[in-house]
Ligand binder design. Structure first.
Ligand code: MG
Length: 414
């Protein structure tokens, strides 16, 4: 089945005070939410993003290379919006190439920061695009019930709220029916202008529209205060953070650590919490595990804490010979106490001798256990250093952490 999409992001945001599709929401612009959801639907071949004329570069930059790269740029088309919503939809349809007349097109408003895969599935089913189903309609729309009592503006009373529904997007249409409706609208401009969505236009032109259950997470953002509500609704939705990732006070962070220790005869060689068979070990007040020291510094750096020497003073006699694994656990408790947990760690070791490559899998296993990570979230690389590190071993490390609890003192804000 051929499926394409038009993402309408050409609005000027008069009620919002600027283009709301570019306002930040959970760490990315509003329109990137819907775009990313649409691109995650494998059936969608092309997405036409309709933006204000002359703003394509700005929108590309706002969406960010991460989303565009992951999404396979080849699926994205750009179109300049027109004076009216109808003009913008037509511009989007024209930007999609090679779509057959009986293909399906989704039309979505970028101010709705969520596209539910379940809703799209139901829309396609309503159009008979699922095996064994009879086509019910020319188009289909997601709808939600109305909770408030309704009144007429200029006369007493109002409609029964059970008899009315709120209409969302994405709306799905058989392509040639939508094109025919727009062509009809060209000749009936007054009627067309009174229809505020594509489903209304298709019906005005004589088509049939089916209804499926909508999704509250796709509520439209109209005013600035809607962003905070949307952030709460979307937290934990597919592809969204469960916490405040992206908030400038919280979110993911990465720390960097570096350490060197001299090699010395007669000492065991500890690296990443395992003993590596060797003729020499590393000097140090502790067991000399240079890799874990770099990891500890990276963890402490990620949470904005001072370095390892502050937590484990090298002149503290109580720490003589301490296992670096114990130090790592203590540093990890500090990370947890500050409301973070590790999500990734990488160590790069430079050692002329001994040869470390054969011990890398055991080091990865040990480090992943110490940090509570899966082995796929831990990397240990070993290099010889071209003869520059004959008497020592050097370790570089990065550790990324994510927020698991609100910042102390910022509860309710963060
Ligand atoms: Mg050290």
């Amino acid at each position: 089945m051929k499926l394409n999409a038009v993402l309408l992001a050409a609005g000027t945001g008069d009620r919002f005070g600027g283009p709301k599709q570019l306002a930040p929401l959970l760490g990315r612009p509003v329109l990137a939410h819907a775009l990313s959801d649409i691109l995650s639907l494998e059936a969608v071949a092309q997405v036409a993003i309709v933006v204000p004329p002359g703003t394509r570069e700005a929108y590309e930059e706002a969406i960010g290379p991460a989303i565009l790269a992951r999404a396979d740029r080849a699926r994205i088309r750009w179109a300049d919006g027109g004076m009216t919503r109808r003009d913008s939809v037509l511009a989007g349809l024209r930007a999609i190439s090679g779509a057959g007349p009986d293909s399906v097109v989704l039309v979505h408003d970028a101010a709705r920061p969520y596209v539910s895969a379940r809703v799209v599935d139901d829309l396609l089913a309503a159009l008979g695009r699922r095996a064994g189903m009879e086509p019910e309609a020319d188009g289909a729309v997601p709808v939600l019930p109305v909770a408030d009592t309704l009144r007429w503006r200029d006369e007493p009373g109002g409609p029964d709220r059970a008899s009315v529904l709120r209409v969302q997007t994405p709306q799905a249409f058989v392509l040639d029916r939508l094109e025919a409706a727009h062509a009809w609208g060209e000749h009936h401009p007054d009627v067309a202008a009174s229809r505020t969505d594509d489903a209304g236009l298709v019906e005005a032109a004589g088509g049939r529209i089916a209804q499926v259950a909508g999704d509250a997470r796709a509520e439209k953002i109209t005013r600035p205060e809607d962003l905070a509500v949307a952030a709460v609704r979307l937290r934990g939705a597919p592809g969204r953070p469960t916490l405040d990732v992206g908030d400038r006070r919280g979110g993911d962070r990465t720390g960097f650590g570096l350490d060197h220790h001299r090699l010395a005869a007669g000492r065991p060689l500890w690296l990443c919490g395992i003993e590596v068979p060797a003729d020499e070990g590393l000097e140090g007040h502790s067991d000399g595990d240079v890799a874990l020291h770099a990891v500890i510094n990276a963890m402490l750096g990620a949470i904005g804490a001072p370095d390892i020497g502050t937590f484990f003073p090298p002149d503290d006699p109580a720490l003589a010979g301490i296992a670096s694994a114990t130090m790592t656990r203590k540093a990890l408790r500090e990370v947890t106490a500050r409301g973070f947990e590790p999500i990734h760690a990488q160590v790069v070791l430079t050692a002329q001798r001994p040869r470390l490559k054969p011990h890398v899998p055991a080091m990865v296993q040990s480090l992943s256990r110490l940090l509570g990570l899966s082995e796929t979230a831990v990397a240990v690389h070993a290099t010889t250093g071209e003869g520059l590190f004959k008497g020592a071993i050097e370790a570089h490390a990065i550790v990324s952490v994510c927020r698991t609890a609100p910042c102390p003192g910022n509860q309710g804000v963060n």
